[in-house]
Write a protein that binds this ligand. Structure first.
Ligand SMILES: O=C1O[C@H](COP(=O)(O)O)[C@@H](O)[C@H](O)[C@H]1O
Length: 226
């Protein structure tokens, strides 16, 4: 389970450093490719990263941005990860970036799967992935015990899958481990003691509850602050 751990004295410093790293990696891709692609999480952790990243100068019009996962709720909901991106990342310099949607205006994720999958596939491989993690060791919307988890962790998985789990308050759409691991650079951002303990447990245990985050840890740079 070879991952690099970077500890920070405080969250503010971590969020700013991560934004700078992501921007630098995107610039590096754009130096030799026509486009770059970035996958980012939703939830409560990454907002400050987006605030800093959105103000940084790079050729954002050549950057495709997608979520690592989405909660199947209307985009006006405060649970919407797409709303988080629109509010905190797609502004200032980064307003010029291109959003690859992971939410469709349909009753279920299955109803939008073909259309959303095509959009994601067209932007692969990912240049940079930033993941979050729950204290239950879910990452993206790959939840322990989820209905299609085995498929989502398979090396033959499609790019995108609907996912339902007891630990998820709503149906989800998620990038699969195959796509996340296909990225040229992977970062995981976690805060607090509980998630640090969960990560250390995941890296040492054979418990199936750890399977989601274990599936993406190889080659990951993990960023942690209290
Ligand atoms: O539900 C989700 O949870 C994870 C972790 O969220 P956080 O609030 O603990 O940072 C997040 O990475 C994922 O994108 C989100 O859909």
């Amino acid at each position: 389970m070879t991952y690099e751990l970077k500890e920070y004295p405080d969250r503010e410093l971590m969020m700013m450093d991560l934004a700078d790293r992501i921007a630098s990696e995107l610039r590096g891709t754009l130096a030799h490719e026509d486009r770059a692609s970035l996958a980012v999480p939703g939830g409560t952790t990454p907002g400050p990263i987006f605030d800093t990243l959105s103000a940084l100068h790079l050729d954002w019009d050549r950057v495709d941005v997608m979520l690592t996962d989405e909660r199947w709720v209307p985009m006006g909901s405060d649970r919407s990860n797409t709303r988080l991106l629109r509010d905190r990342l797609f502004r200032d310099q980064a307003a010029a970036a291109h959003l690859i949607p992971l939410y469709g205006e349909t009753a279920t994720p299955e109803d939008s799967l073909d259309r959303l999958s095509a959009g994601v596939e067209a932007a692969l491989p990912l240049s940079v992935v930033l993941l979050g993690m729950g204290a239950d060791m879910h990452t993206a919307s790959l939840f322990p015990g989820a209905d299609r988890l085995e498929e989502g962790l398979s090396p033959k998985a499609p790019a995108v899958l609907p996912m339902r789990a007891d630990g998820a308050p709503e149906p989800r759409m998620t990038l699969t481990a195959r796509v996340l691991n296909g990225a040229m650079s992977k970062h995981l951002v976690i805060t607090g003691a509980a998630k640090r303990e969960a990560l250390e447990k995941a890296s040492k245990t054979k418990d199936v509850m750890a399977a989601p985050v274990k599936s993406v840890l190889k080659g990951m740079v993990v960023h942690w602050a209290e």
